[in-house]
Structures are given as structure tokens and as C-alpha cells.
Design a protein around this ligand. Structure first.
Ligand SMILES: [Zn+2]
Length: 152
């Protein structure tokens, strides 16, 4: 277990599309453990593999609803709408407003390759979608309607 270095914008790694995980091996488990350590140390709501320079479809989400490990996540359905503020560990000291679905269903594998269905809403849905965007090389700053500096 280790805290990894977080890549920050405009590093081109953050704009790359990630490859699916095929091997559910110790290398993946170490990545997931490190993502957890790193997001906890940074006090974030989630972290995706490309943010630690690994171009695989892996991310973690950490909200009041729980801690989620998502491998090869796929959005199955979405409904409703929410407008809210987002930040990103790869874009320090900025925030912006993003409109996203209110409720989503996501299918993803766990670290052993077993498929699970997640029905989440509100802030957790926002965190899922923010992290899943990273796997397609999308940083929220490119879809936010505004971008502001964090005030102290
Ligand atoms: Zn982010």
C-alpha cells in the first residue's frame, strides 16, 4: 500500500482513453489499494487510475454512501438531473458547476472480476460519473459551465 503521485492538468495523460482490465491479479489489487490510500490522504471523493498515470479502466469512489472499487465500469441507465459544484485532485484549487444525471445504474467488476450492479444517486452518482469520465480522458473542466478559483 502506498500513496501515489497525482498527475495534474494539463498533463496529456489525463486526456487519454483507458484500456479495459483483463487480468484481475495482484497488480490490479495493488493499484486499487494505492488508489484508496491516495484518495484518503488527499481527502477526495474519488480517484481514477489515469490520475496516477495508469491508463486502465479502474477508479475508486469514496462518499458518505460508502467506498466503491470500480473496474471496467459501464453506465447502464441514467435519469433526472442535478446541477452542482465539482473539483478534481488533478486540477488543484479550482471548482466548477457541472450538470449530471440525478440517478444512475452502473455495472462494474470488483477486484476479483465479479460483476456488480450499483444504483446510486445524488452526490455519489456525481462522483461515479466524474471518475468514469476520467477513464475516457474527460476532465470536468472541459464540461463545466464555469470555472473559478477556490477561495480561502
Ligand atoms: Zn477528477
Amino acid at each position: 500500500m502506498a500513496i501515489r503521485f497525482i498527475v495534474t492538468a494539463p498533463d496529456p495523460i489525463l486526456t487519454k482513453k483507458c484500456r479495459p482490465v483483463e487480468n484481475f491479479d495482484e497488480r490490479l489489487w495493488t493499484l486499487l489499494d494505492d488508489l484508496k490510500d491516495t484518495v484518503e490522504a488527499a481527502n477526495g471523493a474519488g480517484l481514477a487510475a489515469p490520475q496516477v498515470a495508469v491508463l486502465k479502466r479502474v477508479c475508486v469512489v469514496d462518499t458518505d454512501d460508502g467506498f466503491y472499487e470500480l473496474v471496467n465500469p459501464v453506465l447502464k441507465s441514467a435519469s433526472g438531473e442535478q446541477r452542482g459544484v465539482e473539483g478534481c485532485l488533478s486540477v488543484p484549487k479550482k471548482y466548477g458547476t457541472v450538470t449530471r444525471p440525478m440517478k444512475i445504474t452502473v455495472v462494474a467488476c470488483d477486484r476479483y472480476g465479479k460483476s456488480h450492479k450499483y444504483k446510486v444517486e445524488g452526490f455519489t452518482a456525481r462522483a461515479f460519473l466524474h471518475e468514469m469520465d476520467h477513464l475516457d480522458g474527460i476532465v470536468y473542466t472541459t464540461i463545466a459551465e464555469d470555472l473559478e478559483d477556490e477561495k480561502d
